[in-house]
Design a binder for this molecule. Structure first.
Ligand code: NAD
Length: 413
């Protein structure tokens, strides 16, 4: 079967009249690697895991993208997410390309030692395709700063100390202040910029905005907290175990503190709130829904249950193309993933810049730069979309134009 880019990118190629040779280069990845990762578990048994790295495009700079540990990871999944990174880095104008990695494993079934082994085996197997000016991984679902520390160590044992090989690493190893909160915060900045453009009064000016968040991990928790701090009313949150709904607003800092002693939201007691199912925040009556868990949680089968007029895609691809078409036809505003969750890769870039220049910026400087870049990109997308236009199409067109222009400028001989 002929290679095909995502539906959203193919539609942009058509809208923009991108010539077929250029489109062809973006329809498949520049490199795909599938590897075996043999791990001797704590029980002494050998397990052979499968790992992937897909390097979609590096025409604008080194490949850049997260590494995910999740049981459903497969090559198609990683391909789609790698392509998405190409558009994301281009849209927020970072000098990076797009890549993604994954290991098909449920990290909750691994001990800390086993998780470290997976990270080390991954570098040993994929390392030759990585490098601080070639391909730079970062955390994603199921991985975190600790995983990045292990990747850094495994790479540095072969190549000499090289902190720029990963971003999202611990501060003590050259990580950037502000990286942990970056994606969630960026989503809220994109949200506020959009609300302002739509003529809504923001909470800081006395307005009342209600928000429901699905997923209470890195993105969901930080988005909920940032929204709460800025005065938005977070009426529903959930994780894989379940969640809570309170139309008067949940006290997010209290929930977060309680979670320190419990693994799951469903284990908490939240006075005044009603327990809900993991998918329920997508369907509650709120001004804004922010999906921040898995991809494809809203599809043709359940899109009719979504009532919020504004959706901010905190997760990657939380809405299927079919669902987006239904929602946009209905007048729902969708702030697309390549914009809404770009905060993480933006601060990853700042981390890489600090590492390359032996600089350390304080948190306020990192966050101010993050806010300015996300707000500017959001305003650019809103302007390009025009009155009532699709933000998804406008964002994709801007990103595709930049990548194709870089390809032209680099020449083809
Ligand atoms: P995470 O592993 O920290 O958190 C995921 C959360 O989703 C957890 O709370 C989990 O319980 C919850 N969840 C899982 N299945 C669920 C379900 N069926 N219903 C409700 N909740 C469910 O992951 P993360 O880093 O927060 O990433 C979340 C999403 O955001 C992913 O799509 C990821 O690719 C994307 N993303 C993350 C970053 C980042 O910087 N972390 C950046 C860009 C995009």
């Amino acid at each position: 079967m002929a290679a095909r880019a995502s539906d959203a990118a193919e539609a942009a190629f058509l809208r923009l009249g991108i010539d077929d040779a250029a489109a062809q280069r973006l329809r498949s990845a520049q490199r795909e690697v599938t590897v075996q990762l043999p791990i001797v578990g704590d029980d002494g048994q050998l397990r052979v895991l499968t790992g992937f790295r897909v390097q979609h495009s590096d025409v604008r700079g080194p490949f850049k993208g997260g590494l995910r540990f999740h049981p459903t990871v497969d090559l198609d999944d990683v391909r789609r997410l790698a392509e998405l990174m190409t558009w994301k880095t281009a849209l927020v104008d970072l000098p990076f390309g797009g890549a993604k990695g994954g290991v098909a494993v449920d990290p909750r079934t691994l001990s800390p030692r086993e998780r470290e082994l997976v990270a080390r085996r991954y570098i040993e197997a994929i390392g030759p395709a990585l490098g601080p000016r070639t391909d730079i991984p970062a955390p994603d679902m199921g991985t975190d700063a600790t995983t990045m520390g292990h990747l850094l160590d495994a790479y540095s044992r072969i190549h000499g100390f090289e902190p720029r090989i990963v971003t999202g690493k611990p501060i003590e190893l050259g990580g950037s202040l502000g990286r942990t909160v970056a994606t969630g915060r960026g989503a809220v900045v994109a949200l506020e910029t959009t609300l302002d453009h739509l003529g809504r009064t923001l909470p800081a000016q006395g307005g009342d905005v209600t928000l429901a968040v699905q997923g209470f991990g890195n993105v969901g928790q930080n988005a909920a907290l940032e929204a709460h701090v800025r005065g938005h009313r977070v009426v529903a949150v959930s994780d894989a175990s379940g969640g809570w709904h309170d139309p008067d607003g949940l006290d997010i800092p209290v929930l977060e503190r309680a979670l320190a002693d419990h693994a799951d939201l469903a284990d908490l007691t939240v006075p005044g709130a009603r327990p809900i199912a993991p998918e329920d925040p997508l369907f509650v009556d709120a001004d804004v829904v922010l999906p921040a868990a898995l991809g494809r949680v809203v599809d043709a089968g359940n899109v009719d249950r979504v009532v919020a007029p504004l959706i901010v895609e905190g997760a990657n691809e939380p809405l299927t193309e079919d669902a987006c078409a239904v929602l946009e036809a209905r007048g729902t505003t969708i702030v697309p993933d390549i914009l809404a969750n770009a905060g993480g890769v933006i601060v990853s870039y700042y981390e890489w810049v600090q590492g390359a220049n032996l600089l350390t910026w304080d948190e306020a400087e990192v966050l101010a730069r993050l806010d300015a870049r996300i707000a500017a990109a959001t305003r650019q997308v809103l302007r390009a979309a025009g009155e009532g236009g699709s933000l998804r199409d406008a964002a994709m067109d801007l990103a595709v134009r930049r990548v194709v222009r870089a390809m032209e400028l680099r020449g083809t001989a």
